[in-house]
Every structure is written in C-alpha cells, then in structure tokens.
Design a protein around this ligand. Sequence first.
Ligand SMILES: *Cc1c(COP(=O)(O)O)cnc(C)c1O
Length: 219
Amino acid sequence: MDISENIKKYKGELPDEVKLVAISKTKPNEDLMEAYRAGQRIFGENKIQEMTDKWEALPGDIEWHMVGHVQRNKVKYMAPFVSLIHAVDSLKLLKEINKRAKQNERTINCLLQIKIAEEDSKFGISAEEAKEILKSEAYGKMENVRVIGLMGMATFTDDQEQVSSEFKYLKSVFDDFKKQFPDLTELSMGMSGDYQIAVKHGSTMVRIGSSIFGARNYN
Ligand SMILES: *Cc1c(COP(=O)(O)O)cnc(C)c1O
C-alpha cells in the first residue's frame, strides 16, 4: 500500500467541500505519519485507548475524530483533545460529553448517528429520536457540547441501489433538520466501499480506512 499516494489520490478526487477522515484504527504510528507527511491532518479511530495513545505520540496539529461506538465511562479519556465524536446516540451520552468538556474548558463537537442500514448490528437512532434530542430542554442547556451534524453507515452490500437509497434518505433527514437547527453543517457518510455514492448524495465528510492504509489485521 502506498499510503502517501492514496492520500494524494483522495484529496485530488474529492470535491473541495468534502473532508477526508483517514480511518487509522489498528494501524501503527509510522503509517499515520506517512499520511501526515502527505498532508493529511484528520484521523479517525474507533477505540478510545488507541486514539489516546496515538494522540500522545503524534504531532499536535492532528484533528482526532472518534468514529466508533462510545461508552460513557470512557469519555473522560478523550475529552481533553477529541475534535469530533461521530457516533453519538443518546442524550445521556451527550450529557457526559458536556460534563467532561466543561471540566477541560472546551466545547466538543458531535454528530448524531442515524440508523439507516437494514442490519440489526448497526448502532444509531431514528430521525425522530435525534430530533427529540435536539429539541430537548436538556440539550438546550448544554454549554460545552455542540451537535454539528449527522452520521450514518449504509448496509454492507454490493447492491448499489440499496446503498444509494439509504444515503439519499439520510440526506433528506439532514436537509429537513437544517431548516430547524442551523448549527448542523456536517453530514458524515461514506467509507472505502461506498464513498462515491455518499458524495453523490451530499456527504461533507467521508471516513476512509482500508483503501488508504490497506486491509486491517485484527489478530
Ligand atoms: C472502520 C470504519 C470506517 C472505515 O472503513 P473502511 O471500509 O476501511 O474504509 C468508517 N467508519 C467507521 C465508523 C468505521 O468504524
């Protein structure tokens, strides 16, 4: 895998308004540094411990995005530095993020994860539940957390029509929400296998891992 070439390829190919989040989970620091030297500054991880270790070891101008499911008791470890949490799925979790952000005198940006895939295994909430959270008095009072958009993962399938209709649905939810909640500017959708469809349907942030860094080995 030529990581540096891959970064250049995606930066060249993606429209200017679409951010590239390089998903570096399981990859060693040397690989992230190769991407860094090619100009990449946004990295995404799905485990808090691993992200914290990398944050401590790597350059300070990297933006760290948490893209995985977040357990409330671990929020405190990333609160000092995380720049965007992609997969928030409850008011309880937002409350914890707000509390820990406040302790660090920061505001932490978040996305609400909307369930758009067919599989049961995918996390996320419905558009209705997301709207309830944004309208809630509790969220209105939170000063150190800001929901800046939505995130979704399409069904893992070769059926492009299905992936397309899932992304289209999420974009329609996003457009609908934006009328009511003007803070929402980001739509995180698209991974290695489906980012082109996601971009076509209005993604502002793609999360690409294996086609930049190579297949992951979990052993
Ligand atoms: C791992 C991961 C990705 C990247 O997946 P690839 O198929 O390797 O590009 C994107 N989003 C989330 C939430 C992930 O956990």
